[in-house]
Design a protein around this ligand. Structure first.
Ligand SMILES: [Zn+2]
Ligand SMILES: [Zn+2]
Length: 419
């Protein structure tokens, strides 16, 4: 049954639908909280035409990393007079961690106590993880929900985040990649034209025409240290065979001391330390985690961004990383797999494993033995989700009084590949 009050509420809601205020305020609350703790009335934000709803938490390190990036985009857009605002929707667990938003965030927030608003916004925009940045247009309508990726990838230039703007940026990027040369890639960061070769400096021109691996890495990252030592042996072996191969370390270290520690263990070239430039290069190649190895061909064009996986799968045989080479190695893997039994009792797992490939239940996976990416062929325990490279299985050594239960298995399913 309709009552007058229900009717008027419904029509008020309908009127508010399609406006920014309907998103940012509720029946009981018509304000946000500024970083200095004062009320910011939603009605005073009418001239704003693009809003980023920032779902995050101050205690969570991926948010801690994203906040300063978003803040620099925010300051830039504000200083240019754009009618842009960010509103923080906190997932902090207590008032104290919420209050920390004031030290690092220049924008207003939904008050910490308004749990209903937070819940309804999270549901409305189907937020599944943080940090998340949802971009709303002048009518409060959804423009993009992948604001975090867009800000990381394009910085302030992503504004106003509309499909037209993003298409423009993507076309620009494509053109850049098409005209890419090793020199225009590496010289953007240095006006001297030099890169480091240990204590010396060499011109970038000295490595033009080689296959070059750009190695994104940092100090204090265990997967990087592990991959670096593998890469060193491959580098030495390829150079021993006089292959035209070079590696250039691109430091994503937080400071120059980290860079120095990290480079001290590497035998190849390095870009000078420049946090801004390595960030720009990471963005350009869409590097999502480290270690990462981007391969540039002798013509200066990108061959693959999957250098790390190819090295882990094929070691030095991956060289020169081209599509033809990868296809050949895949065929060789298929050939080799024929020599493996259909099931295997692997010492690292308590159930028998089944040989699988892409067509038979396999697919890209993380090897539970060496924790590196696998492709194509694997030994798999369907019940446990346990998968290993063919090269990583070890036969069960049957000892007297061996207790089957002692053969342990532990592998975090879905473990992540890096930072
Ligand atoms: Zn493995
Ligand atoms: Zn199992």
């Amino acid at each position: 049954m309709d009552t007058p009050s229900a009717n008027s509420l419904a029509s008020a809601a309908a009127a508010a639908e399609g406006s920014l205020s309907s998103v940012l305020s509720t029946e009981n609350r018509d304000f946000l909280i500024s970083p200095s703790g004062v009320k910011v009335f939603v009605k005073d934000m009418e001239d704003i035409n693009t809003i980023g709803l920032y779902f995050g938490a101050n205690w969570y390190s991926p948010c801690e990393s994203f906040t300063p990036v978003l803040a620099s985009v925010y300051h830039r857009l504000k200083s240019e007079g754009h009618k842009f605002e960010v509103v923080f929707v906190s997932s902090d667990e207590d008032q104290a961690s919420f209050d920390r938003f004031r030290s690092g965030m220049p924008w207003p927030a939904i008050p910490f106590g308004d749990l209903r608003s937070k819940r309804s916004l999270t549901g409305r925009f189907q937020i599944e993880g943080i940090p998340s940045l949802v971009i709303l247009g002048p009518d409060g309508g959804l423009v993009r929900s992948d604001g975090v990726e867009l800000v990381y990838r394009h910085g302030w230039r992503a504004f106003p985040f509309t499909p037209g703007r993003i298409a423009e940026l993507e076309a620009e990027e494509e053109a850049k990649h098409a005209s890419q040369t090793l020199e225009n890639l590496l010289l953007l960061g240095s006006d001297t034209g030099l890169i480091r070769a240990r204590e010396l400096q060499v011109p970038v021109s000295s490595i033009v025409g080689k296959t070059v691996g750009l190695y994104f890495s940092a100090d204090g990252c265990p997967p990087c240290a592990k991959f670096t030592s593998r890469l060193i042996s491959i580098y030495d072996s390829l150079r021993g065979k006089e292959e035209e191969f070079e590696i250039v370390f691109v430091s994503v270290d937080r400071d120059e001391a980290g860079y120095a520690r990290c480079y001290a263990g590497m035998p190849w070239l390095a870009l000078p330390y420049d946090g801004g430039f390595s960030k720009a290069l990471s963005r350009y190649f869409d590097v999502q985690g480290i270690p990462a190895l981007v391969i540039i061909g002798p013509d200066g064009k990108t061959v693959t961004r999957e250098g790390r996986n190819l090295i882990n799968l094929h070691l030095e045989r991956a060289f020169p990383f081209t599509e033809d080479r990868v296809r050949l190695l895949g065929e060789r893997m298929d050939e080799e797999a024929k020599g493996f039994p259909a099931s295997f009792n692997h010492a690292g797992h308590r159930h028998a494993l089944r040989l699988v490939t892409e067509g038979s239940g396999g697919g890209p996976y993380i090897c539970c033995e060496c924790e590196e990416q696998g492709l194509r062929w694997a030994y798999q325990c369907l019940g446990c989700g346990y998968e290993v490279h063919l090269k990583c299985v070890r036969e069960v050594v049957v000892e007297r009084d061996a207790d089957a239960a002692a053969i342990s298995s532990s592998c975090a399913i879905g473990s992540s590949i890096g930072v």
